[in-house]
Structure formats: C-alpha cells, structure tokens
Ligand binder design. Structure first.
Ligand code: IDP
Ligand code: MG
Length: 161
C-alpha cells in the first residue's frame, strides 16, 4: 500500500478539453472546470482564445467531408474558447464519459452535454477521443512550455513542503 501514492502520481495521461463558444457565452466555464477538479484530474494547461480557421481546420481535419463542417468551423470561431489540458489516470476515456454523447439528445443526465445542451451543433464541450488523438490535439493547441508539471500537495509528504 505504501507504493500507491507514487504509482498514482506516476500516471501522465493527458487529454485536451475545450469549452466551446456556447459554453463560454452561457457562463458554464466554472461548473465544467469544477467537474474535472472534483473527479480528481489535474489541470496542467489553460487558456482562452478565439480560434482561427487554420487551427480549427487542423483540429477537425477528419470531418472535412461532413455536410456540417463549414457551419462547425463558423460556430467554433464565433467567440472565445476555453482550452485546457487535464492529466490523470485514464483521463481520455473518463472525460469522454463525463462529456457524454456527441448528440445531446442521446447524452446521459449527469454528463456535461446531458445536463447543459439539447442540440448537436451547440454541444458545449470538446474532449479528445483517444490517447493518440489527445497527443496531437495538445501539440496543436499548446506549446510544451505552457503545460505545467506541478506536484499536487496531497501527493507530496509534508517534509517536502
Ligand atoms: P465529438 O465532439 O463527440 O468527438 P465528433 O463526431 O468528433 O464528436 O464531431 C465533432 C463536433 O462536430 C461535435 O462535437 C459537434 O459540435 C459537431 N457535429 C457532429 N455531428 C454533427 C451533426 O450531425 N450536425 C452538426 N454538428 C455536428
Ligand atoms: Mg471528436
């Protein structure tokens, strides 16, 4: 059992979460961050920006043939985003569960989309869908110097503080 602290803090999986323009407009930033903090994930990067078409077309390159692609880019560039990197055990998969189905009509109550949205084209939040996808997205949105590798005090013995 005495090894559990170090094995928990060794975990470095990271994911990219973005609060979309409708989430910022609706003042949902605080509530969304609270959910990730209280679940136990660690915030390692955070910024607010209005995204360019360039970065969005890279971010959504897999969707470029979809009929909703141009309206998606218009929506995503219509106002500020809050873009974050969260770290922790299994964070990619767990945050997809916390975010809920792409279509809010199918999202479970208790998920961000299931609690805060009703339409697929205004679904409040983005979360990376795989570990590899997360690595690509984190590189696209952040410089490595802006991701902080800080120690949680609750994982540090008091003699080190
Ligand atoms: P995800 O955000 O749950 O990963 P993706 O399939 O990757 O879902 O789609 C990216 C985003 O594109 C969605 O979050 C949503 O904003 C938008 N989108 C997906 N499907 C539709 C659609 O059928 N109509 C309008 N927008 C859509
Ligand atoms: Mg996706």
């Amino acid at each position: 059992w005495h090894r559990s602290k170090s094995s928990l803090s060794d975990v470095k999986e990271r994911t990219l979460i973005a609060i979309k323009p409708d989430g910022v407009q609706r003042r949902l930033v605080g509530q969304i961050i609270q959910r990730f903090e209280q679940r136990g994930f660690k915030l390692v990067g955070l910024k607010m920006l209005q995204a360019s078409q360039d970065i969005l077309s890279e971010h959504y390159c897999d969707l470029r043939t979809k009929p909703f692609y141009s309206s998606l880019l218009r929506y995503m560039s219509s106002g500020p985003l809050v873009v974050m990197v969260w770290e922790g055990h299994n964070v990619v998969q767990t945050s997809r569960t916390m975010v809920g189905s792409t279509n809010p009509a199918e999202a479970q109550a208790g998920t961000v989309r299931g609690d805060f949205s009703i339409h697929v084209s205004r679904n409040v939040i983005h979360a990376s869908d795989s570990v590899e996808g997360a690595q690509k997205e984190i590189q696209l949105w952040f410089q490595s110097k802006d991701l902080l590798d800080w120690d949680c005090w609750d994982q540090t013995s008091t003699s080190e503080v």
